[in-house]
Design a protein around this ligand. Sequence first.
Ligand code: FAD
Length: 403
Amino acid sequence: MQGTRVLISGASIAGPSLAFWLARYGAEVTVVELAPELRSGGQLVDVRGRAAHEVLARSGLGEAVRAATTAADGLSLVGADGRRQASTRAGDQGGNGAVVEIEILRGALSGVFYDATCADVEYVFGDRITALDEQPDGVHVAFERAQERAFDVVIGADGLHSGVRRLLFGPVALRHLGMYLSFWTAENHLGLRNWTEVYSEPGRTVGMRAIHDNNAVMAFTAFTSEAFAYDYRDLDALKTVVRCKQAGMGWEAGRMLAGLDQATDFYFDSASQVLLPAWSRGRVGLVGDAAYSASPLSGHGTTIALVGAYVLAGELARADGDHAAGLRAYEARLRPWIEQVQRFGQGNGAAMAPRTWLGILARRAVLRGLELLPAADFAMRGQVQLSNRFELPDYELLERQRR
Ligand SMILES: Cc1cc2nc3c(=O)[nH]c(=O)nc-3n(C[C@H](O)[C@H](O)[C@H](O)COP(=O)(O)OP(=O)(O)OC[C@H]3O[C@@H](n4cnc5c(N)ncnc54)[C@H](O)[C@@H]3O)c2cc1C
């Protein structure tokens, strides 16, 4: 891809990892990110399944990622009195269960790919694409702040509320999965050690997960709700929503919510999916949540962003200058697996916030069953098989050709 000018919108997971592979194949890559700097924050995200592990291994960044992971030994469901009622350990279900082997803070994973690319890739922070015009000589891009420039390919890796997707296809209705989630860093007042505790009441969940060598926790909440309009950038208003929706819950919810005002890395969003008939038009394409968000309920958001970025870069390189064909080939290869992951996410809300006491008891019984009878692994088998189902293409030859 020597000399091919690629513009990527979004510097979280899909963006920097796509930049990594494209730079390896010789492309000239620019990443534009709306935030004024690389965004920190975010819950522990999972890297699941053979394909994603293989992507990390092939990148040579596996060690750096492992060094940045947060030790996560397991998870317990607790009662209102704080007693642990059922638990699962990391490594159960072959490392692909509820707690996976690679659990890493979203910001830390983003940082690994950023550090590995910032010398070869141009990063522009605090700006965004405002218009795209595809011409025979390239895609002409207007920015909010920077001068207009032309690129050979433009990719939106700008998440659930993607600006590139809007420019490409207009407003697209998200598929709301009936739940809202929030995360923020808080004091580890329970003294959790590499452990997560989760407490649920019908339609509402709160939890804490030890992070930063147990010096803090990632507090998280979930509540079920029909879709409502909100500005995902108005964090103060969203904190109020969370406080109201989770008010009166037992366990440690009161203390957790009291600390919400001090939270500097509060993240709130709906559990929603992006279901598009196509992931590209001409030489403009989408990757990660922007193209095919499966929602955090799928447990695969980061996995499919990493694998998608690898496949997209490989297919663009393989298409040898026919960028539109490369974008179509990437979609043809990846879409069948992504659709399965999305279907799984649509049915997984009850694992996060069961709607009834019966649902809460059933979830506890499943986890207890897995704890007492390892042979009861069948309850998780569908998820494990799904994580491993994608056969990663080998683009190594492209790299050798470049060298
Ligand atoms: C701050 C943050 C915290 C998160 N926390 C969690 C979490 O706790 N749990 C969880 O499951 N998932 C979380 N996510 C989502 C998770 O990272 C994604 O689901 C998944 O990893 C796929 O990543 P992505 O790169 O496709 O999208 P995202 O991670 O959503 O990244 C999109 C990036 O694009 C940028 N962006 C948005 N609009 C524009 C624009 N118009 N122009 C330029 N840049 C733009 C955003 O600032 C962001 O950096 C979080 C995302 C962010 C940004």
